[in-house]
Design a protein around this ligand. Structure first.
Ligand code: ADP
Ligand code: MG
Length: 704
């Protein structure tokens, strides 16, 4: 491997390349576009485009693409080559400022939730200069936002950028009250990515993995994760080689891949990057997932990003570490060393507490999908109830403030605290709470609900906007105050008292917590069809419109797209199950019992009884009949979904119809799938291995 510093960012049109390749004044203009969002002059854009093209060609690129994040959750690209006809039948390589700034992919095949009729298929992509262009597969990729011609947003990135503006504006207002001249505040994100690596040869034999990303059948292996021997265990050489190449590929793309380790489940691993500005972190996480899949392929592996590829062992999540910092690099969620800096910290902390309490439904639905429904509340990931962990030390400070009592710090300083006499807030020394959905981890929050396949743009759009709203309310109130310190103290105490119910430092996996959470009035949106309809609750529409993040129509379209995605996912899973049952599992069971029966008959001819085999034939035959019946039930439910669909949309097109359809899949199709799986898994344990038509959990998870 060449030296890491040289390798790092070598495929990125980053600041040092810009500096080297652009005239000074153009570089300056571009820099102010990047940092302050000033519009770029067309002549400047032309020069930038040309420099980008020359650089890309020198790195072996032949094509360019606007790289965007439609509502499918994955990234999209359409490649154009740089070639333009030149004189005498030759070509020249060209790329204009116009092509850099704006693209026009045919938008008709991307989900829009009724926003854009297919006949008005046009949408356009607009360059996001804050995220560097990069080269992937001989193609210059330009990060962009994606909108319809009527201006409605069709992607996940535009609202994210808007939410970052919103929180910046409100946080700057608050900071001004503390006498700070701050022009810009950004949120930062470090998304930890979990994944599984399995053998390509096993994958190729499992239609369920190929078509749905998860196993729809599979009896548990005799061994699971109970020995805790995988987590942080030594990494097998083949996986190690994969990780080394993954790091190298990510570093080339300027992604700070930092930590790689084994996770709890067999074959499960994690990569944690160093945090970055939110929109860039989101772009980089999307790229990371893509690169993981590709590098895995080169090592004879398949990388599974599904939230629950295997039943009975842990699934995969994506921990969204989030904080806010100023243009001077001050982390606003870092407790300070003086009472006044701690007062500022406590105000931002209060804003987050209030935001999480008031918008718990939005945070929950930002992690809702068919795949993630298998994880949340399954004692391996946080429950579907959103709560916050702030640690013992900070908890004690907060308790003392609201109760007006004396604060007993760990190092035995006792003090009465008002904002003017805040103690040094000690860093939490207690164990981190791994079961909390939203945990304070010293200088940032870790939101642990999102699933491993998620584009975390949505989660961060919601988080940024919700906190922006609380900061707006605080700024409105405090800007009017005559005595700032007193008003600040009153506000913090009042708001913490009002939203204390969201703080829970105990074990989130404990069933008793669900009872307690209900008493506290916290919402428990157990499944995706329960969660998503809250997108369009009045308070949530108000939130998004007030901060210019989404229009109500855009929120409605998102709800509809995601509910439909849920129904479609379950439909594909059910159809895949039926296919596997008919073509693989039932025939295998029939053949096994028939061969056994033939053996029994042969033995009988020579006067030998075979009672054990007779019993096996009986058991397998009976269970096969039950499975066949379960298959019929499932087939019927899937077929009937068509009528539910027609009826639901006839009565109520759009969101309401999608709600009904998603509930039908959850309540009717999912249980029928579970029943069929249960019987098939029992049969797997009755049928001889040589007859079983695809690799089992033991084969996949322990023989890699
Ligand atoms: P762990 O939770 O495993 O102990 P760390 O505390 O090192 O790990 O960080 C976990 C993730 O949080 C990393 O991706 C890291 O970059 C990210 N992180 C650290 N500080 C911040 C911050 N200020 N804003 C956003 N993410 C952060
Ligand atoms: Mg973590």
């Amino acid at each position: 491997m060449s030296k890491v510093p040289e390798l790092f960012g070598s495929m990125v049109f980053n600041e040092s390349v810009m500096k080297e390749r652009l005239p000074k004044d153009v570089f300056k203009a571009l820099k102010s576009t990047i940092t302050e969002g000033t519009a770029l002059d067309p002549t400047v854009a032309n020069i930038v485009a040309n420099a980008m093209k020359d650089w890309a060609i020198s790195m072996g690129a032949t094509h360019y693409t606007h790289w965007f994040q439609p509502m499918t959750g994955i990234t999209a690209e359409k490649h154009d080559s740089f070639i333009t006809p030149g004189a005498e039948g030759a070509v020249i390589m060209e790329f204009s400022g116009k092509e850099l700034i704006k693209g026009e992919p045919d938008a008709s095949s991307f989900p829009s939730g009724g926003l854009r009729a297919t006949f008005e298929a046009r949408g356009y992509t607009a360059w996001d200069p804050t995220s560097y262009a990069f080269i992937k597969d001989h193609t210059l990729c330009i990060p962009t936002a994606f909108c319809s011609y009527t201006g409605q947003i069709l992607d996940k990135k535009t609202p994210l950028l808007r939410s970052m503006e919103a929180i910046s504006k409100q946080a700057c207002r608050v900071l001004r009250l503390f006498g700070k001249d701050c022009k810009h505040v950004t949120t930062t994100v470090g998304p930890e990515q979990e994944y599984f690596l399995i053998n390509k040869s096993d994958y190729a034999k499992r239609p369920d993995l190929i078509l749905t990303g998860r196993t729809l059948f599979g009896a548990p292996a005799p061994k699971g994760q109970e020995m805790d021997d995988h987590y942080f265990g030594s990494i097998r050489p083949r996986v190690k080689a994969f990780m080394a190449e993954l790091d190298e590929e990510l570093w080339k793309l300027g992604i700070y891949s930092k930590t790689e380790h084994n996770e709890v489940a067999p074959c499960q691993h994690e990569m944690a990057p160093i945090f970055e500005t939110t929109n860039i972190a989101v772009d980089h996480n999307q790229l990371t997932m893509e690169v993981m899949k590709r590098v895995a392929d080169r090592h004879g592996f398949v990388c599974l990003l599904h939230e629950k590829p295997f039943e009975g062992i842990n699934g995969s999540g994506k921990h969204n570490n989030w904080s806010i910092s100023t243009d001077r690099g001050e982390n606003l969620l870092e407790p300070g060393n003086t009472p006044s800096s701690n007062a500022q910290f406590l105000l931002f902390l209060t804003a987050v507490i209030k935001a999480v309490d008031e918008y718990q439904d939005l945070l929950r639905l930002s992690a809702a999908s068919a795949g993630n429904d298998h994880r949340l509340g399954a004692h391996e990931a946080p429950p579907a109830v959103v709560s916050m962990y702030i640690g013992d030390e900070l908890g004690a400070v907060v308790d003392a403030m609201v109760s007006g009592k004396t604060y007993h710090a760990a190092e035995k300083t006792h003090m009465d605290i008002g904002v003017s006499a805040l103690p040094n807030i000690p860093k939490d020394t207690s164990d981190r709470n791994r079961t909390s959905p939203f945990a304070f981890t010293g200088n940032k929050f870790e939101f642990r609900m999102p699933g491993s396949t998620f584009n975390v743009a949505c989660t961060n759009t919601i988080l940024n906007t919700a906190v922006a709203e609380e900061l707006r309310q605080f700024a409105d109130e405090l800007e009017q105050a005559e005595n700032f310190e007193q008003a600040l103290s009153e506000l913090i105490i009042r708001e913490i008292k009002a939203h204390k119910r969201i703080i829970f430092n105990g074990n989130g996996y404990d069933d008793a917590w669900l009872v307690e959470a209900k008493k506290r009035g916290l919402s428990n949106l157990a499944s995706t069809p329960d969660a998503l309809p809250h997108y369009t609750d009045k308070k949530n529409l108000q939130l998004f419109t007030r901060h210019g993040v989404y229009t109500p129509v855009e929120v409605g379209s998102r709800e509809e797209i995601l509910l439909e995605e849920y129904a479609k996912t379950l439909r594909i899973e059910a159809l895949t199950m039926l296919d596997m049952l008919r073509k693989l599992i039932l025939p295998a069971c029939a053949k096994f019992s028939r061969d056994l029966a033939e053996g029994v008959a042969l033995k009988k001819q020579i006067g030998v009884d075979a009672p054990a085999e007779v019993e096996m034939v009986r058991r397998v035959t009976d269970k096969t009949a039950a499975l066949s019946a379960a298959q019929d039930v499932l087939a019927h439910k899937v077929e009937a979904a068509k009528d539910v669909l027609t009826e639901a949309f006839a009565v109520a097109p759009g969101g309401v119809g999608a709600r009904k359809l998603s509930r039908y899949y959850r309540d009717e199709v999912l249980p029928a799938m579970k029943e069929a799986r249960k019987l098939a898994d029992e049969l797997e344990n009755l049928v001889s291995k040589e007859y079983w038509p695809f690799p089992t959990y033991s084969d996949i998870l322990f023989y890699v």
